[in-house]
Write a protein that binds this ligand. Structure first.
Ligand code: ADP
Ligand code: GN1
Ligand code: MG
Length: 403
């Protein structure tokens, strides 16, 4: 990873547009002041062991192994042994190239987790229903190591699993129900407005402008290989502004509701806990529903290379819509409900152009595990957009019929 990624993936900010709650100056400007970023790899694993010991956890540290398949942070499962029993913790190095102000980010997470904890207090399973931060020995929630890396730790939620692709309509229903419940529980989060951890995160027109910039500069010399994908994106430029210009109400939203950001209970299949709270901030309900459509209506993974497997399957969409509206239906306005069917196409398109932008920029933002990985991800998103286009009217009708 290098600094270019900030320029490449973060939407450009217009001068004078800082809103209340925005974290610091524009990311491009800040990047110039940033110290060199440490390299990843075995040394970081060693750092994880040292970082784990910085948290107020009783017992003896017994190891930390890389965990999960997120594209941004470095996640470890750490084990501590105490009086013959092992306890696991979730340890994360926050990617501070992407989240430029980890202190403000953690302030958001502390407020959100505290609020959720009060909401689930009466649930017999309350310990597993909201993420619980582990304090550091120094009494904060962030450990800053000697290399300038920021670490946090959570209680590990046992007997629940995240899935990188949806396995059944029931699973789509449960995941969407949990994300809707998450929005519902945060609807009365007291002021002030949460910090914008990434400015204009779902501002699709600015994401589009980022793509146009990447095409024009073509720093990795790859544009010639992706003419078809570029044409696909350019042909849909007119849809980019539809959500941001719809006058929809701002809410506290998750903003990264891909299906692997909700833990589903191993015994019941129900949503146990919504995780990955780095982008919880002001947003539109439709952003969250849109990203659920992107990740839970096609059974293929996000980076599927066999595009014949990437399709918006209507039974999955129906389960998703019913699950989401079972918890969110009570507070959404008619205009918000009306925006849901379209949001799937838009957010899938938006993430597709972000993958394409990153491919053109030389893979500097999302973690990649093979050559052309971002391009594969882009192609899968665009195939899904096409599949949604064939079924848009039916999707809108279904949402109206649920009411
Ligand atoms: P990223 O931002 O890199 O996507 P996540 O916060 O989503 O990181 O964590 C990565 C993975 O770790 C998740 O997909 C999930 O499988 C697992 N995970 C995260 N938090 C917990 C937790 N508190 N308990 C158990 N597993 C967790
Ligand atoms: C990233 O952190 P993770 O892997 O859950 C990204 C999302 C994208 C997603 C695509 C901060 O999410 O916006 O939709 O990858 N997060 C950030 O899989 O950019
Ligand atoms: Mg995640």
């Amino acid at each position: 990873m290098n600094r270019k990624q900030i320029v490449a993936d973060a939407p450009p900010q217009r001068p004078g547009t800082e809103r209340p709650g925005t974290v610091g100056p524009p990311q491009e400007a800040k990047a110039a002041q940033e110290p060199p970023v440490p390299s990843r790899g075995p040394r970081l694993a060693g750092d994880a062991a040292a970082a784990a010991r910085a948290f107020a956890i009783g017992g003896k540290f017994a190891g930390a192994t890389p965990y999960g398949s997120g594209h941004i942070n470095d996640t470890y499962r750490a084990i501590f042994e105490h009086r013959g029993a092992s306890t696991r913790y979730l340890l994360q190095r926050i990617n501070h190239q992407i989240f430029r102000n980890p202190v403000a980010l953690m302030e958001n997470i502390e407020r959100v987790t505290a609020h959720l904890t009060t909401k689930v207090a009466d649930d017999p399973d309350h310990d597993r229903r909201a993420l619980r931060l582990i304090p550091t020995r120094a009494g904060g929630v962030l450990h800053l190591d000697a290399d300038g890396n920021n670490w946090r730790a959570y209680q590990f939620i046992e007997n629940a699993t995240t899935y990188n692709s949806v396995q059944s309509p029931e699973q789509a229903f449960q995941a969407a129900r949990a994300f809707g419940e998450f929005q519902r529980m945060l609807a009365d989060l007291p002021a002030p407005r949460l910090h914008d951890t990434i400015l204009d995160f779902h501002h699709t027109p600015r994401r589009f402008a980022g793509l146009e910039q990447a095409i024009a500069s073509d720093v990795a010399g790859r544009a010639v290989r992706v003419r078809q994908e570029i044409d696909f994106a350019l042909a849909r430029k007119s849809i980019a502004a539809r959500l941001v210009e719809a006058g929809l109400p701002e809410r506290v939203t998750h903003n990264d509701t891909k299906i692997n950001n909700v833990l589903l209970d191993d015994a019941t299949g129900e949503g146990t806990c919504v995780i990955d709270l780095d982008t919880v901030m002001a947003g539109l309900a439709a952003y969250d529903f849109g990203d659920m459509v992107r990740t839970a209506t096609s059974p293929a993974p996000e980076d599927e290379q066999n595009l014949s497997r990437v399709n918006m399957e209507f039974p999955l969409f129906e389960a998703l819509a019913r699950g989401y509206l079972s918890t969110a239906g009570g507070f959404l306005t008619p205009a918000e409900k009306e925006s849901l069917a379209f949001s799937g196409k838009l957010i899938t398109f938006e993430i597709g152009i972000r993958f394409l932008t990153d491919y053109l920029s030389g893979d500097t933002y999302f973690k990649v595990h093979r050559d052309g990985h971002n391009l594969d991800r882009c192609r899968a998103q665009f195939k899904l957009v096409q599949s949604i286009e064939f079924q848009e009217d039916r999707m809108a009708e279904l949402i109206r019929s649920i009411g």
